[in-house]
Write a protein that binds this ligand. Structure first.
Ligand SMILES: *Cc1c(COP(=O)(O)O)cnc(C)c1O
Length: 221
C-alpha cells in the first residue's frame, strides 16, 4: 500500500478526537467524499487503503466508480430522486439520505424487486432549513416508525448536515438524541470543518471531502 499524507493526517485527527472523547478510533468510519474530484485526486487515497467513499449524485458516482468499485464501500450522501432509485440501489452499499415518504415507498418497492437493499440512514434536517433536504426533527420519530414498521425497511442510523452559519454542536446533539430514543446506534455527522466536534458528540462516521482531496471542481451542469 502506498502512502497518502492527507489521508494519514485525517485518520490521525479522527483517532485523536475519538481518544479525547473517551472513544475508540475504530468506532469512527471515515467516509472519503470523492464527489467532484478528478480521479488523479482519488486514486492515491484508494491506493493507500481507504475503502469507504461518499458521493452525492448517482450518475456522477456511476461514471467515477464503474469498474473500480471492487472491495470498496460506496455511500450516497446527496438527495435521491425516486426515478434514480433503481440505479442507486444497484450501485451503493449505503444510502444516507432517506428523507421522505415517497422515497421510502420507492425503496420498499425496489427491495421487493431486487431482494435486498443498501443499508439506510434517515437524513434529519436538524436546523429546519427550508432549502435543505431531510425530515424535520419533530417528524423524525413518526417517520422512522412508518418506515421501519409499515414499510418494513431496516434503518441503520441517522445523518445530518447542520446549518453552515451556526455552531454544529447542538445539531449533532439533537441527532444523537433522536437516534437514542429510536434505538439507532449509527450517526453520520461531521464534515471537513467540524468532524472532530461531531466525534465528540458520538459520530460513528464522518464525511470528509475537501480536507482530504483539496478543493472541488465546480459541479457539472
Ligand atoms: C460535500 C459533502 C460533504 C463533504 O464536505 P467537505 O466540507 O468537503 O468535507 C459531506 N457531506 C455531504 C452531505 C456533502 O454533500
Amino acid at each position: 500500500m502506498s502512502a497518502s499524507p492527507p489521508l494519514d493526517a485525517i485518520l490521525s485527527r479522527i483517532a485523536a478526537a475519538a481518544q479525547a472523547a473517551g472513544r475508540s478510533p475504530s468506532e469512527v468510519v471515515l467516509t472519503a467524499v470523492s464527489k467532484q474530484q478528478p480521479w488523479e485526486a482519488v486514486a492515491p487515497v484508494v491506493a493507500a487503503g481507504q475503502r469507504v467513499f461518499g458521493e452525492n449524485r448517482v450518475q456522477e458516482a456511476l461514471s467515477r466508480w464503474e469498474g473500480r468499485r471492487e472491495g470498496l464501500e460506496l455511500r450516497l450522501i446527496g438527495p435521491l430522486q425516486t426515478n434514480k432509485v433503481r440505479d442507486a440501489v444497484a450501485l451503493f452499499d449505503v444510502i444516507e439520505t432517506l428523507d421522505r415518504d415517497r422515497l421510502a415507498v420507492a425503496l420498499a418497492d425496489a427491495a421487493g424487486r431486487a431482494g435486498s437493499l443498501p443499508r439506510l440512514y434517515v437524513q434529519v434536517n436538524t436546523g429546519e432549513e427550508p432549502q435543505k433536504a431531510g425530515i424535520g426533527p419533530l417528524e423524525a420519530d413518526a417517520f422512522l416508525k412508518r418506515v421501519r414498521g409499515e414499510l418494513g425497511l431496516q434503518v441503520e442510523g441517522l445523518m445530518c448536515i447542520p446549518p453552515a452559519d451556526e455552531p454544529p454542536g447542538p445539531h449533532f446533539a439533537l441527532l444523537a438524541k433522536i437516534a437514542a430514543r429510536n434505538g439507532l446506534e449509527k450517526l453520520s455527522m461531521g464534515m471537513s470543518g467540524d468532524f472532530e466536534t461531531a466525534i465528540a458528540f458520538g459520530a460513528t462516521s464522518v464525511r470528509v471531502g475537501s480536507a482530504l482531496f483539496g478543493d472541488r471542481a465546480p459541479p457539472a451542469t
